[in-house]
Design a protein around this ligand. Sequence first.
Ligand SMILES: Nc1ncnc2c1ncn2[C@@H]1O[C@H](COP(=O)(O)OP(=O)(O)OP(=O)(O)O)[C@@H](O)[C@H]1O
Ligand SMILES: [Mg+2]
Length: 245
Amino acid sequence: MSNALELLRLDNLSAGYGEAVVLHDISLRLNEGETLALLGRNGTGKTTLMDTLVGATTQHSGQITFGGVALHPLASHERAAAGMGWVPQERNIFKSLTVHENLTAVARAPRNQQHRPWTPERVYELFPRLAERQDNLGTQLSGGEQQMLAVGRALVLNPRLLLLDEPLEGLAPIIVEELLRAIARITREEGLSAIIVEQHPQAILKISHQAVVLDHGTVVHSGSASELLDNPDLLDRLLGVAQVD
Ligand SMILES: Nc1ncnc2c1ncn2[C@@H]1O[C@H](COP(=O)(O)OP(=O)(O)OP(=O)(O)O)[C@@H](O)[C@H]1O
Ligand SMILES: [Mg+2]
């Protein structure tokens, strides 16, 4: 993709919580329409990087450029309005609202006509389970349904970049399959850019273009997703888990 548009760019980013610096000197690039798998063991800074993109940490140095705009001066709600669609690790849905209310409370018009806009109806088409549960409260949903709703809530904001923090964590295998299919459809087929955090990366690498591995808050590997998939030894060295698929 020689004429691909750069969507996100991190240059020598250091960030953390208050005085504590968690991320050191992170640089990466993401083109429009690409998916990046953000990998690493527990506590290596994956969530901190997502938090930093959405403006929930202290940025100590370096730059984040999103769609050509420097993010540093923007508050979290301004970053969301600029197109950061965040699905946090803890799946924040409104538990006291119904599925449908969760989706309609946040829906916003698309920013361009390039792609079919995401509406609650399209989310139901993507996740038929949610359609069946439209009138159920957030408290009445299974973990998998909550995750689908969290993804749906991010989609109806019609983001430019989808940030998924361990979307498959703790879910039953059948739900993992459903979510993977939906994520592949959103990214590979519809071309929405995404950063997907995972600890168990095989399935995510298969649908990603790039892979970045963090350790101790620094980038210890960066390359194509297929390179890592084709190199189990390297994957094992970086993540320390024997991955069998
Ligand atoms: N709110 C916080 N305040 C201070 N330090 C934090 C905070 N959240 C995380 N940290 C620290 O930042 C480091 C990176 O944590 P982070 O949550 O980003 O890791 P992670 O890669 O997402 O891990 P996991 O795979 O377990 O989700 C850890 O040392 C953690 O203790
Ligand atoms: Mg995390």
